[in-house]
Design a protein. Structure first.
Ligand code: ZN
Lengths: 318, 204
């Protein structure tokens, strides 16, 4: 083989991309040819020089922070994880696309239930159900003509042999309410829906309307309740985001600590620790020490450790 | 009524990837996070090495995995998941390199000093980094190499990165970049020629 063709193969040789025949031929030639041997040495030098560019092994902290940002975004864009159980509850509360013949009844039923609960836990709306044609944004709350509807589901029984389901339902009437969000009755309905509706989209929508009024005591209480107790991580996240600006309030901080220690969703815990440690105080030391030992999420653990170090506190519990 | 979440019961390490992917396709975020954890360190390492900026690497990481997440349902198990993921990663990094290059060209064409370079580097040449002075201007070897690498086209850069620093076979590189093995080989040759020329006169 010519020197030229040998030298054109040197880099492939060093990259181990030559076949065995070509490799043998190259090695044999280089042994007996000074020019090609020098070319090989130079190429080796070039390889070594290029390797002086330091490798960019990402730090643990960087990896953890990237994961955290990513998962936060994932949870934000699609709030509810799907497990067999959540799929079932979602289906039950009418949030899935599956078309069962009797599912629509359940959907309206759960929506209606929210209002029934709202009615029993707040004031009596019976006096308000006057017939008003046009709902006006500024005007008082209006209700619309009622229609019969299924409300509570008393029981569901399945007879597998005959493949039949028996459902006992309660029938009430459906009512629509419309009015300004600040209208006291609408306000109460929103609060009660946020706390009690079995439908997580309804809870989410209520919180959405309420978040602007986080300064009002009853709104804040409801948000705190949802952040700590709601079973849907998307709803909890929405509440947490609404309370973000009040992160220095002692009551909010206590609730955030609750989230940090107990929320099963790692995205929530990550968010909570970020908010709590923006201005860390010594009250956090005990919690952070606990997290360093028990927390399963890498970012939360690393962040706890780092803040403890910043606070000059011992990383271990005493 | 409490929601039972798999977050409380970590996936066993040995759980098959297929199971994880299927779960992630059903919007199970914990399963998705497990998938991310298997590969993200190596994805981030390549991005960091390639883009030479932590900020860019972070952005690339987000884009790579969000794109993966959003198109997960189109994954049909026709190739391995990591092949699929790295194809996405390669595309995203290539886009970043192109944007970076376009940005740099715009600045140098406007006669403004490109990032990190002194006025000397941009004095006459509209392609600042092709000026050997810019290579000499960098005191350390790593800096000179980094500058030399900027001479490569994004695709040459990518081939060189995957070959020289990641040690992949040319066949795999071709697959990731959606080019033939031969084209990958030619890209590697061009990269070598440019780099050797750029670094030849630089005292080491
Ligand atoms: Zn020879």
């Amino acid at each position: 083989m010519s020197c030229e063709s040998i030298q054109s193969q040197i880099s492939l040789y060093l990259y181990d991309e030559l076949g065995s025949v070509e490799t043998e031929a190259l090695e044999a030639h280089v042994e007996s040819c000074g020019a090609c041997s020098r070319a090989l040495a130079e190429e080796r030098e070039f390889f070594a020089a290029m390797s002086e560019l330091p490798s960019a092994e990402p730090s643990h902290a960087l990896v953890a922070e990237c994961r955290h940002d990513l998962m936060r975004e994932v949870y934000r864009t699609a709030p509810e994880p799907s497990t067999a159980w959540t799929r079932f509850t979602r289906w039950f509360s009418g949030e899935t696309e599956n078309q069962f013949a009797w599912r629509p009844a359940l959907v309206v039923a759960s929506l209606a239930l929210a209002f029934v609960v709202g009615r029993t836990t707040s004031s009596d709306f019976s006096g308000l159900f006057t017939d008003v044609e046009e709902p006006s944004l500024e005007g008082p709350m209006t209700s619309f003509p009622s229609e019969p509807l299924l409300s509570g589901i008393e029981s569901i029984a399945l007879d597998p042999r005959r493949n039949r389901v028996e459902i006992v339902v309660e029938e009430v009437s459906r009512r629509r309410f419309a009015g300004h969000p600040h209208d006291p009755q609408i306000h109460d309905l929103l609060l009660s829906t946020a706390r009690n509706s079995p439908n997580s989209s309804a809870r989410l929508d209520s919180l959405d309307i309420l978040t602007g009024r986080v300064d009002e005591l009853d709104v804040r209480r409801t948000l705190l309740h949802s952040m700590v107790r709601d079973r849907n991580p998307g709803v909890r996240l929405k509440a947490l985001e609404a309370l973000r600006r009040q992160k220095d309030d002692p009551e909010v901080r206590r609730a955030l600590i609750d989230v940090l220690r107990r929320d099963p969703n790692s995205g929530m815990r990550v968010y909570a620790i970020d908010l709590l440690t923006e201005q860390p105080d010594r009250k956090l030391v005990g919690v952070l020490q606990e997290l360093v030992e028990t927390e399963g999420h890498e970012y939360v653990r690393l962040r706890s450790r780092r803040v403890l170090q910043d606070l000059n506190a011992s990383v271990d519990r005493f | 009524m409490e929601t039972v979440s798999v977050a409380n019961q970590p996936w066993p390490e040995a759980l098959s990837e297929k199971t994880l992917i299927r779960a992630a396709q059903r919007q199970d975020h914990d399963a998705f996070e497990q998938l991310v954890r298997r590969y993200d360190r190596s994805v981030l390492r390549v991005a960091l090495h390639l883009l030479r900026s932590e900020e860019d690497a972070r952005d690339a990481y987000q884009e790579i995995f969000l794109r993966t997440y959003r198109s997960l349902n189109s994954f049909r198990f026709q190739c391995s998941f990591h092949t699929w993921l790295y194809r996405v990663a390669t595309n995203v990094c290539l886009d970043f390199l192109r944007r970076k290059r376009a940005h740099r060209d715009r600045w140098t064409a406007a006669g403004t000093s490109a990032e990190g370079l002194g006025p000397l580097d941009t004095a006459s040449d509209d392609r600042a980094s092709s000026n050997p002075d810019s290579l000499l201007a960098c005191r350390d070897t790593a800096g000179r190499i980094a500058k030399a690498l900027e001479l490569l086209t994004p695709k040459e850069r990518m081939v060189f990165e995957l070959k020289h620093y990641e040690g992949l076979r040319l066949r795999v590189i071709g697959d990731r970049l959606a080019i033939s093995e031969e084209a990958a080989k030619n890209g590697l040759f061009r990269a070598h020629r440019k780099l050797r020329a750029a670094l030849k006169d630089v005292p080491r």
